[in-house]
Design a protein around this ligand. Structure first.
Ligand code: FES
Ligand code: FES
Length: 170
């Protein structure tokens, strides 16, 4: 069957078998390997992408179900050469450990902040509760999302590179 969808702003069309899962479509058909594949049983959340702006576990969605819809993967988070504030927050607050859960965490955080720009800690923890960090450290992930909420217009050089105003002040 033929499926078409918009992925990170670009229209894509592929001929696939109806049984193909969205995670495999993204990784194998499109070569976007930033979306990770962990448990394959809807438990770990590492495969999260945004489907029409909503976080979904792409190991649980048929690619055919995404036909005609918009998908955003971690490769689509940065825009115009600038990292998304969520990506900058993960850098600033060391939210990234081994990095395996990170793409899904960041997309969930983006969806949360789009809906609720000022979440409290409990709301952040609830938002990421469907995602397991195998490295066990949620504190820095929560702080990363809080950083992004506090810097909604962050753009330009990533934090810590020494050229942004805030880095210069630090
Ligand atoms: S790979 Fe999809 S939830 Fe674990
Ligand atoms: S950073 Fe290692 S799994 Fe989360």
């Amino acid at each position: 069957m033929q499926v078409s969808m918009k992925v990170n702003g670009e229209e894509v069309t592929r001929e696939i078998e109806p049984r193909v899962l969205l995670v495999h479509f993204i990784r194998e058909e499109l070569g976007l390997t930033g979306t990770h594949w962990g448990c394959d049983t809807t438990n770990c959340g590492t495969c999260v992408v945004l489907l029409d702006g909503q976080p979904v576990k792409s190991c649980t969605v048929l690619a055919a179900s995404a036909h005609g819809h918009e998908v955003r993967t971690v490769e689509g988070l940065a825009s115009n050469g600038s990292l998304d504030p969520v990506q900058q927050g993960f850098m600033a607050e060391h939210g990234l450990q081994c990095g395996f859960c990170t793409p899904g965490m960041m997309l969930t955080a983006r969806a949360l902040l789009d809906k609720n720009p000022h979440p409290d800690e409990l709301q952040i923890r609830q938002a990421i509760s469907g995602q397991i960090c195998r490295c066990t450290g949620y504190a820095t992930i929560v702080r990363s999302v809080q950083w992004a909420a506090e810097h909604p217009a962050a753009a330009g050089d990533p934090p810590g590179t020494g050229t942004d105003e805030e880095d210069v002040r630090a």
